[in-house]
Design a protein. Structure first.
Length: 243
């Protein structure tokens, strides 16, 4: 049986993190699964750290705020050094549903994919909570840029619900972008000739707290991520080889 780790980055998630953790634990018990958990506390200023410690939730406390990219890469380093076969990025805000993890990891277990994206847009019946119209438009534009650079259409370019193989765990443990990590890493992985697919998932609305991407940043975000994707086109990439 493959070892599966759920990487949960958390910054000021005092309203959500315990429920998120308990949902996974209860799912494991009910379905006889064994998804391990590591929460990366990104120097939260609220009670997130206290909640993690009080409830004995497996976690790493960062001493400086690294942002989403640095927090997630910390999780990948942990996964690599603890010899996990599959790592799943999983939000701490209550938007992701643990029941879809089995769908994300299936293609990796069957050696059909190296990176699997939980997508809101490949099956409209599972779209669930909808982001703003402007953000959905931005996702479509980013999708067009990724296709231009890689030749492959990715529908949900900003999904943070993703599963990766052991080979990509190693790749991400070495290098992971601090900004725009999902669309940038997806583009890089495709340029390295790894196999990427999407599976339909249903997202839920954030249960509390505030998203790290504010509405007023959407246009700025879209322009900068598209520029980052274009830069990837002129770089040369090769797969990372483990020693």
């Amino acid at each position: 049986m493959m070892k599966v780790l759920l990487i949960i980055p958390a910054y000021n998630e005092e309203e959500n993190i315990l429920n998120t953790y308990n949902d996974i634990v209860n799912y494991n018990k009910k379905n006889k699964t064994n998804y391990d958990i590591i929460v990366i506390n990104d120097c939260s200023t609220d009670k997130t750290k206290d909640i993690l410690e009080k409830n004995n939730i497996p976690h790493i406390n960062l001493v400086h705020n690294l942002g989403i990219g640095g927090a997630v890469q910390t999780g990948y380093k942990y996964a690599y050094y603890n010899n996990y076969d599959i790592a799943v990025q999983y939000d701490g805000d209550g938007q992701h549903d643990v029941k879809y993890v089995k769908d994300l990891i299936k293609s990796i277990e069957e050696e059909k994919a190296d990176l699997v994206i939980g997508s809101r847009f490949v099956d409209k019946s599972k779209e669930g909570f909808k982001s703003s119209a402007s953000r959905r438009a931005g996702i479509k534009i980013i999708s067009a840029f990724i296709k231009f650079v890689t030749g492959k259409k990715i529908y949900d370019t900003t999904s943070g619900f993703r599963a990766v193989s052991k080979e990509i765990i190693y790749d991400f443990s070495l290098s992971y972008p601090s900004e725009y990590p999902e669309p940038v890493t997806t583009t890089e992985i495709l340029r390295k000739k790894y196999r990427v697919c999407e599976v339909p998932v249903k997202m839920k609305e954030r249960q509390g707290g505030v998203s790290s991407i504010r509405a007023w940043k959407n246009i700025y975000y879209m322009i900068n991520v598209c520029l980052a994707i274009l830069i990837i086109k002129v770089r040369r990439y090769k797969k990372c080889q483990q020693n």
